[in-house]
Design a protein around this ligand. Structure first.
Ligand SMILES: Cc1ncc(COP(=O)(O)O)c(C=O)c1O
Length: 421
């Protein structure tokens, strides 16, 4: 129940125990094509170039940035937590001239603040984290696409921690490049980075295409500014996943099985339903923690659905409580980084663990461990508040169902009476 990785869905684990296939086996290439389709649904995009990058989420970030940044390019990175610093670090290593704006941890930027920075720095790329796991805040992105469009800026985001647990719409929000990971709301292991690239990003990346010697054909162009990584050269990786089936790396077969199953699970459930599940169980955890008498960290109106940061009571040792939860109950909750280290725990409700039983068990165990550590949590307050939250949710859902049914009945009656609805 930490900020990820979390327990994988058993269906994902089962898929990952299947026998290996070579990457040109027709079954394997059809899995690759199918996986691209599933992730188009997950990212809410029609981008042709929607694929997996082998490696953890950081591999996805590096592949996107190294393939789009040419040394000397200006990149703007709004930083509101640890993973914004990571984007800056990677962009700098790609040779970018990086400009940053920073926000206190626990807050996010307004679109106006980002637009102002774009106006003054005129970057080629805006690179911003969607959900920064280190602070549990979700940066609103829905207005940034139009701003990037106006200033001709390539818009990249890292959705490792937020995808499938929070509303995200790659195309409707005007994203050019998006990268993720499996180990949070996607209910899989780390090791594969789903990613998607708009036609504009693809044109930029393909303008730097340089197919390696040995597999290059006579009519393949050789550019003067090749992408500065071979492994993360997206121009070659696009051709590897596309009809050309260019020979690049040996696909990580088992990870592909896992990533495909993560997406299949989400498509079966419905992406909006998965987000709603995270909202509900994250909300119950949030209320339960407050019901125990704990205080939640950060700007409440920009909280991610799937992870809550909560202040550690001053009288207890955060690490000792975490150790006892793990030793006695088998429940892991997260520590935190940088300015929040030692101040907050991060408690996740994500992927396979975004469930009522995990929420109630965690709250119940935390109450006992806190009391043994000398704190005075409200007796029964955590589980009680979560139960109340679930009851309110059930009441709201029943009222919405009744309203929808009444609308349907009224439309049926109007139709029978020959009145246009
Ligand atoms: C928002 C975000 N970005 C990037 C990463 C890095 O991911 P990985 O450890 O899979 O490389 C993480 C990991 O927690 C993350 O939360």
């Amino acid at each position: 129940m930490g900020p990820g990785p979390i327990n994988a869905d058993p269906r994902v684990l089962r898929a990952m125990s299947a026998q290996l296939l070579g990457q040109y086996d027709p079954a394997m290439t059809s899995y690759m094509t199918e996986t691209m389709g599933f992730y188009r649904d997950v990212f809410k995009t029609s981008n042709e170039q929607t694929l997996l990058i082998d490696g953890t989420s950081r591999a996805g970030i590096e592949a996107a940035l190294v393939s789009m940044i040419e040394p000397g390019d200006r990149v703007l990175v709004p930083i509101f937590g640890r993973f914004g610093h990571l984007l800056r670090e990677i962009a700098e290593r790609c040779g970018a001239e990086v400009h940053v704006i920073e926000r206190e941890w626990g807050t996010v930027f307004t679109p106006e603040e980002i637009e102002r920075a774009i106006r003054t720095t005129r970057p080629k790329i805006l690179a911003v984290v969607h959900g920064d796991t280190s602070t549990t805040m979700a940066q609103p992105l829905d207005e940034l696409g139009a701003i990037c469009n106006e200033y001709d800026v390539i818009f990249y985001t890292d959705v490792t921690a937020s995808l499938a647990g929070n509303t995200f719409e790659a195309d409707a929000w005007g994203l050019d490049a998006v990268t993720a990971g499996l180990q949070k709301c996607l209910a899989g292991p780390s090791g594969s980075a789903p990613a998607t690239f708009s036609p504009r990003a693809v044109d930029l990346i393909n303008s730097r295409k340089s197919i390696e010697a040995g597999i290059r054909s006579a009519d393949d162009e050789v550019t003067s500014s090749p992408i500065r990584s071979n492994y993360f050269d997206l121009a070659m990786i696009f051709d590897y996943w596309g009809p050309k089936r260019l020979n690049h790396h040996t696909e990580a077969t088992t990870m592909l099985y896992g990533a495909r199953e993560c997406a299949r699970l989400l498509v079966d459930e419905g992406i909006d339903s998965a987000v709603e599940r995270h909202r509900m169980h994250g909300g119950a955890m949030h209320e339960g923690l407050r019901g125990l008498g704990l205080s939640v960290f950060g700007d409440e109106s920009h909280r991610m659905n799937n992870v809550t940061a909560v202040y550690i009571p001053e009288t207890v040792s955060g690490d000792a409580v975490r150790a006892e939860l793990l030793d006695d109950f088998g429940i892991e909750i997260g520590t935190s980084f940088g300015p929040l280290h030692g101040k907050v725990w991060r408690i996740g409700t994500m992927g396979y663990n975004a469930r009522k039983d995990t929420v109630l068990t965690t709250l119940s165990a935390l109450e006992q461990v806190l009391r043994r550590a000398g704190a005075a949590p409200t007796a029964g307050g955590g589980v009680g508040a979560a139960y109340d939250f679930y009851a309110d949710e059930a009441r709201d859902a029943a009222a919405a169902d009744a309203e929808a049914e009444a609308d349907l009945d009224a439309a049926g009656a109007a139709l029978a009476a020959g009145v246009p609805a």
